[in-house]
Structures are given as structure tokens and as C-alpha cells.
Ligand binder design. Sequence first.
Ligand code: CP3
Length: 345
Amino acid sequence: MTLTSKKPMLAVLSGETRTPPPVWLMRQAGRYLDEYREVRSRAKNFIDFCFSPDLAAEVTLQPIRRFGFDAAILFADILLIPIALGRKVWFVTGEGPRLEPFDPLAFETLTPERAREVLAPVGETLRRVAPELPDETTLIGFAGAPWTVATYMVEGGGSKDRFSARVAAWQHPEAFDGMLDRIADATAEYLVMQAEAGAEVLKIFDSWAEGLPEPLFERVVIRPTRRIVDTVRAAGVTVPIIGFPRGAGAFYARYARETGVTAVALDTGMDPAWAQSMLPEGMPVQGHLDPAALRAGGAALRSETQRLLDSWSGRPHIFNLGHGITPDVPVAHVHELLACIRGRA
Ligand code: CP3
């Protein structure tokens, strides 16, 4: 038996169609699980939690034990990269991330060369998780895409429409692109380190790829993502790479062709008919159940799950949500979803 046939997720990423498809959920380690909240309460704060390999490895494994998902995703956060670059990041409970707002004109003060050293505990988390996984379970590493990470750095946290980041991208293109390049270089180094530590798939989260005009999409999403993929490949890393340009709409087609990613993760609003015709033939896709349908459960969850299974039956497909699971989802709904997908409903 080859390695890929043993691991459904790797088989699909190599171009096979599997029925039923492999399944995992974005944010599967999270507050909807009692056992996650228990471990979380042992950490001083969220950043410390991410940098504690024993705690991070434990919560990475929890959803595998409970649900038998086909993949485990490293427990960490996309906002560890700004820390590696020398910025301060903290989380305000109930509100989300906060950063000291960064002026892109100061891009030369960022320190991508420190990525490996600062992020070493994340490699340790992967090394602890890898030997604990069942043979058929795939280990996913990840990072944020430069644009999404830059929006948090410039805005100082989450924002409604990333307006300040877009203004900066238009107003100071050289500095802004210099900042994106430094984020990309730190991220590539980080992803190579993750592959060396046991990640079998890498995922790049561009959660804020939405609402950009074509010239900016090209400059801040496609170009820096391609820079990461090229750098990771040049380092000899061959693992599949999944790109998630959330909200990219029609630009998904160019993203799929021009960034060098192996597969694309689709968001909730994507039209399967459009995506089937516009994405490169045979390219694997991941997604894209509405997290609200999972929260709703019952008949809506079952019919929506079936619609996606039918829509993607002709293409290599990894079942997932279109965005992260919400903290209010009853565990029973996740079991119901898995029963639908795996044919034991
Ligand atoms: O289970 C997994 O998917 C792996 C771990 C993971 C986390 N964050 C843990 C986390 C992953 C892959 C991420 C990615 C991430 N982080 C993204 C991209 C994906 C997306 O959702 O669009 C973004 C934008 C972030 C930044 C971030 N981290 C925000 C905005 C927040 C606050 C919102 C919230 O849900 O509280 C976080 C915190 C965070 N990251 C939590 C978890 C489990 C919740 C923190 C807690 O336990 O209190």
C-alpha cells in the first residue's frame, strides 16, 4: 500500500477522487469543545498557549480523538509571524487580536531572519503531534498570507474593510510591497520549518482577500503568495500547498493558475458551477459548507452537506467549512455532519 492510499487527504491532494471525501474543519480545535476550554484555561494568555508545545499539541489532537477527522491542523495562529518580525501582538478576551499599528514606511525594521528562532516552539508542537496521529490522518501546517497578516499589522487588529491597509497599499506601493516581501520571506522560512518538523500539507490563509480591485489583488495577494510558494519549493519542500483566498470571487480562477498552489480552499459564497468551469481541470478543492448550516443542524445541515457532496463528486474534493467553526456549535452537529458524509446517517 502506498503512503497516499493510506491517507485519504494526501490521495485527494495528489489528484484522486475519493468517495466519501476526506473531511476536517477549519478551527476544529476550539472553544466549541469542553476539552479545549479546559486546556486553554491552563495558559496565561493566547500567545503563550500557541508557544507551549505540550498544550498546543494536546489541543491539536483533541478533535482527532473525538471525531476521527482525516486531518489534524497544527494549533497556532497566523499572528505569530508579526511577533517573529519584531511586532507586539496580544489578544483581548472576547474581542480578538491587538497589535501596535505598523507604518509600512518602516518596513526595513522588520526582521524576517528571526522567524526560525522565534517560531521554533511551533516546530516542536508538530514534532510532538506527528507520532501520535493514526496512520490514516494527515498533519497540516499553516501560515497567514502576507496581505492578511499585513492588514492586522497596519490596522492594529481586525477591521471592517481593511481601509487603512488598502490606503497604504495605494499610497506607498514600494514600502507596502517591501513589507509584504518581508512577511512572505518570514512565512516561507516558517513553512519550510513546519514541513521539516512533520507537516504533510501546508495551508496559506488569506482570510481578507475579498474586496480588492484587480491591480491590488495582483500586487498584494497573487504576487506575495507566489513568492512564498516559489521559496518553499526552492528549499526542496514538495508537500501539497492549499491556498485559501477567502472572498476572492472571480479572482479564484487567477489565484488557482498563477500562485503555484496545489489546491484551493473555497469560501462559503462560492458557486460550485462557476468554480467547476473556471478552476484548472483536476485541481483539488476544499470546502465549503456554510458554518451557519453546521450551527443550525438538522435537515438544513443534511441537505446542504448533500448538495456539496453532489456538486463536487466529479473532482478531487476535501470536505470542510467555508470558514471556521463557531464556538456555539453543538458537538452533536459535528457527529451528524460526519455521519452524512461518511454514509452512516
Ligand atoms: O483549529 C485550527 O483551525 C487551528 C488553529 C488556528 C487558529 N487560528 C486558532 C485560534 C488557525 C488555523 C487560525 C488561523 C487564523 N487566525 C486566521 C485565518 C483563518 C480565519 O479564521 O479566517 C485568522 C484571521 C486568525 C487571527 C485570529 N486568531 C483572530 C481574528 C482571532 C480572534 C477571533 C476568535 O475566534 O476569538 C484569533 C484567536 C484564535 N485563533 C482562537 C483559536 C482557537 C480563539 C482563541 C481562544 O481560544 O480564545
